[in-house]
Design a protein around this ligand. Structure first.
Ligand SMILES: [Fe+2]
Length: 218
């Protein structure tokens, strides 16, 4: 393997890593989407799949600007994040909302990794005064950030609250059986706090608190 002897070579290497990561994601995101139950979550993932395909094309354009062949270099970081996500999502969950909460967590790990990778590459492209490359990478970075914000919104307005409901049903069963009543009270109190703070951020809409945001297909 040729040694990386310049900032230009370093940028090309970084873009190869991101290119590989994005291509892996075009295969991984549909798998997450198929396992998601919440409609908003599924459509956010499907929209981000389309954006990811656009990001692959943007990287190809960036390689062209640099006079390099578009070629990936195995991204061990993204491979690991995807593997871990598959593992967590594949566990056995009592309730679909719990799995949705896990899917959001996995997808946000992906987004944060990409935000870091694009941020570094943009800084290096800027140092090299590769303004076309900077512009292309910034467009993708904005999409990653928007996808991350959307996932937070879905988690805060619907999914985590429904997942907490799923947990509480179990707690109530325990409480009725005379065991774990304290745990049930604590879970209930923390869920009420979660609902109150989501409401105070105005993210549950105005149709009556936590259940107002439900949009399940089942
Ligand atoms: Fe991406």
């Amino acid at each position: 393997m040729a040694s990386i002897d310049s900032m230009n070579a370093l940028l090309v290497d970084e873009l190869r890593d991101i290119y590989d990561a994005e291509k892996r994601l075009t295969k991984a995101i549909p798998k997450l989407s198929r396992k998601a139950t919440n409609d908003d979550l599924r459509s956010a993932l499907d929209q981000h799949l389309q954006e990811t395909e656009g990001q692959v094309a943007r990287l190809e354009e960036a390689f062209e600007h640099l006079g390099e062949r578009a070629k990936g270099k195995p991204c061990a970081g993204m491979r690991g994040i995807i593997e871990e996500g598959d593992e967590h999502v594949g566990e056995d969950y009592e309730d679909d909302d719990l799995r949705d909460a896990v899917i959001i967590g996995s997808a946000q790990r992906v987004e944060h990794y990409e935000i870091a990778a694009y941020g570094t590459a943009i800084a290096h492209a800027r140092l090299l005064e590769q303004e076309d490359v900077v512009r292309l990478l910034e467009e993708s970075l904005e999409e990653e950030k928007a996808a991350d914000r959307k996932l937070t919104e879905i988690a805060e307005s619907v999914v985590n609250l429904e997942a907490a409901d799923a947990g509480e049903e179990d707690d109530e069963t325990l409480a009725l059986a005379g065991a774990g009543a304290g745990q049930a009270r604590r879970a209930s109190a923390s869920r009420q706090r979660a609902t109150a703070s989501a409401s105070s951020r105005g993210r549950t809409g105005n149709s009556g608190g936590r259940n107002g945001g439900r949009s399940r297909s089942r």
